[in-house]
Design a protein around this ligand. Sequence first.
Ligand SMILES: Nc1ncnc2c1ncn2[C@@H]1O[C@H](COP(=O)(O)OP(=O)(O)O)[C@@H](O)[C@H]1O
Ligand SMILES: [Mg+2]
Length: 271
Amino acid sequence: MASQDLLSKEVAQATFNQSKSRISVRGIKKRFGAVEALRGVDLDIYPGECLGLVGDNAAGKSTFTKMLSGAYVPDEGEIKIDGREVRFETPNDAREHRIEMVYQDLSLCDTIDIPGNLFLGRELRKSPEFLGFLNKSEMRKSAQEMLDKLQIRIPNINSKVAMLSGGQRQAIAIARAAAFNPDVLIMDEPTSALAVAEVDAVLDLINRLKETGVSIILITHRLQDLFRVCDRIAVMYEGTKVAERNIHETDLEDLVQLIVGGHAHANTKQK
Ligand SMILES: Nc1ncnc2c1ncn2[C@@H]1O[C@H](COP(=O)(O)OP(=O)(O)O)[C@@H](O)[C@H]1O
Ligand SMILES: [Mg+2]
């Protein structure tokens, strides 16, 4: 009886731990022809945390996050959101579950202005709607509010996106994703092409989003950035997750060794 009690307690605990994670991924696999991009990855993302995802080129970071954003469909494995299994076929499926991704290429439209980009694909129209006239003044007002909320300062909101700096473009792409009120926001290399001051601005933006309760998955090669925004780090190596670290349990040297050494090192130091 006592051992049964213990067992049911353990089961309850396990269920609690599972329901605590916002996204829970188990055994996810993805193959592109001969390339095994993901070989069975398990990972949890918790509410309000920033998880750094690192690894050498071709380790599978982008592929992994594209499974979560609905851009790729896994060959095998399971994704649960708040404890419920989901299957995403398109980015819209992921959006319905409040997962947004800012892609490496940002997917902005250079030839239109900032409000136009922030409302891309869901433009506000004047009534009667069937006439299709854009409600530019309303979009401009809402766009300014969206930027103010995230403390993104851009001198002229009517600028075409082509006129903006790399950091400003990144900020607009993040603001657009944030406008969908995601629970989870994934960013793939948001600072890789930025000048130092711009990197600071994007990292500040990540911290502000975190404060609002959004979980962030940050892919980056700039390992020093991880220590300014992340709570946890997951390291990938050739399609597998080889280590997870709380940010206070690791340093640059440890991460570099995990990234280049993969399994060998992870086996000796993994928690
Ligand atoms: N659409 C695709 N078609 C073919 N191969 C792909 C595709 N996407 C990724 N891969 C391959 O999968 C592996 C993992 O790539 P990726 O997830 O982009 O790695 P990372 O983001 O860590 O650099 C690489 O070998 C890459 O060439
Ligand atoms: Mg990548």
